[in-house]
Design a binder for this molecule. Structure first.
Ligand code: SF4
Length: 384
């Protein structure tokens, strides 16, 4: 289907009950007209008035896979930009991926860009006396005896050109649910004395490495705005990019202590994008999908404090009515960029599609997609 593109939608927030009902009807009508051609994907952190229209809900990786497995011609991704890029990379050329609001990015993903990562990469190779896995005939094989490589690992929460960088240099993508397996894979390729460069989220890298038995002295942080500390960088096994999630950064040990005081015997689970101290103080830590399962598996009557985005926490509380699920942050902690997907944008986009016009299409250039998919497929090969 060849359709002309429209510029980005630009409708503001409209939240009265009457407006909400009108928007619900507009979306429902458009969905009905588009039928099987359309699939709407909704990330866990989206507001309920978006989730109610989603054909599939989940975390970024699960949704990208749903897109890849789907035969829908029109895929509307209600999430942030890097997620829609991953969906475009994993889908066929005849599938069109769009976002209701193209300005919805991820502040963590924006903390690492290609020029900064390339500069870091070149400095580490030179100053730590490491080799580029791409210099080998087969970058995917474990390191040979006596060889030390620098292996790049990127979190799903990164731009497509960083995934392509990782693919080109023999590295791999990870999610918050498979990070330990991915780091083991990377260490095997790094070899004795080799290093893993992990970006953009320092907390996921740190929490995963510590849980695998590494210690603080095995970790060093790379901040492109600071003079490198070569002593700790040379001594480290993991070089962690300085990025963080503005939502998960809000959770503190004091909040957990207050929560336990208010609810003696309560359970606590935190997302691994939280600080190390928060993860240590919690009873468990895991990805959004693991948090959902933790709540599901908790005994009826449990009170569970959760350190993650508020929309998911509230939805868990209403979906598991025999348990009390409470956000650890007493202030509201939505992801402000996820919140940029408003039903008004979704209604506009779907109505454009009904009229045969595509708006807000996400297209990853084929040269980038071809290298990014190498890194994604390496991840899939170890998850399977
Ligand atoms: S919750 Fe954090 S990591 Fe997830 S999209 Fe929002 S800013 Fe990015």
């Amino acid at each position: 289907m060849q359709l002309p593109s429209l510029p980005s939608c630009s409708i503001g927030d409209i939240d009265s009950d009457a407006d909400s009902e009108q928007l619900r009807q507009r979306i429902t009508d458009a969905k009905e007209q588009l039928g099987d051609k359309l699939m709407i994907l909704g990330h866990h952190y989206q507001r309920d008035s978006i989730i109610e229209h989603a054909d599939e809900t989940g975390d970024s990786f699960l949704l990208a896979r749903k897109a890849a497995d789907s035969e829908a011609e029109l895929i509307v991704f209600c999430g942030v930009h890097f997620m829609a890029e991953s969906a475009d990379i994993l889908t066929d050329d005849n599938q069109i991926v769009m976002m209701p609001n193209i300005r919805a990015g991820c502040s963590m993903a924006d903390m690492a860009d290609l020029p900064d990562v390339e500069a870091c990469w070149n400095e580490l190779l030179e100053n730590c006396n490491l080799s580029d896995p791409a210099s080998r005939e087969n970058a995917e094989l474990p390191a040979e005896h006596g060889q030390s490589y620098l292996v790049p690992v990127t979190y799903m929460n990164s731009s497509a050109d960083l995934k392509a960088f990782v693919g080109h240099h023999g590295g791999i993508v990870c999610t918050s649910s498979n990070a330990a397996g991915v780091l083991e894979w990377a260490l095997e390729r790094a070899g004795e004395g080799g290093k893993v460069l992990f970006f953009p989220d320092q907390h996921l890298g740190r929490n995963t490495a510590l849980a695998m038995g590494y210690e603080e002295q095995d970790l060093a942080v790379w901040n492109p705005m600071m003079v490198p500390d070569w002593e700790s960088l040379n001594a480290s096994t993991f070089v962690l990019w300085h990025g963080y999630c503005s939502v998960h950064q809000r959770f503190t040990v004091d909040q957990i202590n207050d929560f336990r005081e208010d609810y003696p015997g309560a359970l606590v689970i935190a997302h691994p994008e939280c600080d190390r101290e928060v993860v240590d103080a919690a009873d468990a830590s895991g990805s959004t999908e693991m948090i959902r399962r933790y709540v599901e598996d908790a005994p009826s009557g449990s009170v569970i404090g959760v350190g993650t985005e508020i929309h998911l926490v509230k939805r868990l509380d209403s979906n598991y009515s025999d348990k009390k699920v409470i956000c650890l942050d007493p202030g509201v902690c939505p992801c402000s960029t996820m919140y940029m997907i408003h039903p008004a944008f979704l209604a506009d986009l779907l109505e454009s599609l009904v009229e045969g016009q595509v708006a807000n299409r996400i297209v990853v250039p084929s040269q980038i997609a071809d290298e990014a998919i190498l890194a994604l497929n390496r991840m899939l090969s170890i998850v399977a």
